[in-house]
Design a protein around this ligand. Structure first.
Ligand code: GLN
Length: 191
């Protein structure tokens, strides 16, 4: 298909996303500058530490290009990537990108030791699917603005949300062998 899938590679587990993209038959491109970003068709912002991402995004002057990319093309954010993309974040010392209108709590489940794995239900089409959700110092989506689609749930919490071209997950789909979240993002979001 020849799509180039950018993966923001400033910090965090970008390498694992690269493996998922490769397994699906697409070309991963590790992005550290504006020029590389502009060669990509879609972008993934991985898990890691959102404060580090946001600090480096401004230090490396990536913010305007990321905002433009997010207005025109599809972006998926996982965990810290979700925080980076959100409109409003409790306990974020840095200004986020605001590309998806959700309110987020950082570290909502507690500290690193409170990380866990549990089944989540995803509603990508009419038939819900079960997926192994790896939650590592994960955020919670506190609320979604009108028009934001809620596509995945863990207990009563929304763990996957999307607008037309931005898809976010509070867990880490790249840490399982199940490629269905990446596939959904690459093949269905923002076309
Ligand atoms: N707690 C981290 C943050 O606030 C996110 C953790 C993760 O990406 N696994 O950025």
């Amino acid at each position: 298909m020849g799509l180039k899938i950018g993966i923001l590679a400033l910090q965090g587990d970008y390498h694992k996303h690269g493996q998922a993209v490769t397994k699906l038959g697409y070309e991963p491109v590790f992005v550290k500058d504006n020029q590389t970003l502009n060669q990509c068709d879609k972008l993934i912002i991985p898990g890691g530490e959102s404060t580090t991402f946001l600090y480096l995004i401004d230090k490396l002057e990536l913010r305007p290009a990321l905002l433009e990319f997010g207005r025109e093309k599809a972006i998926m954010g996982t965990c810290a990537g979700l925080i980076t993309l959100a409109a409003e974040v409790k306990q974020s010392p840095y200004k986020t990108l605001g590309l998806i209108d959700i309110k987020v709590y950082r570290n909502a489940y507690g500290r690193q030791i409170d990380s866990f794995v549990d089944t989540v239900e995803l509603y990508f089409n009419d038939t819900p699917i079960s997926f192994e959700g790896v939650f590592i110092r994960a955020p919670k989506i506190e609320s979604c603005a009108h028009g934001i689609k809620k596509l995945g749930f863990h207990k009563n919490d929304t763990v996957v949300a999307a607008n037309e071209n931005i898809l976010v997950t509070t867990f880490h789909p790249e840490l399982t062998d199940d490629l269905r979240v990446h596939q959904y993002f690459i093949e269905k979001i923002g076309l």
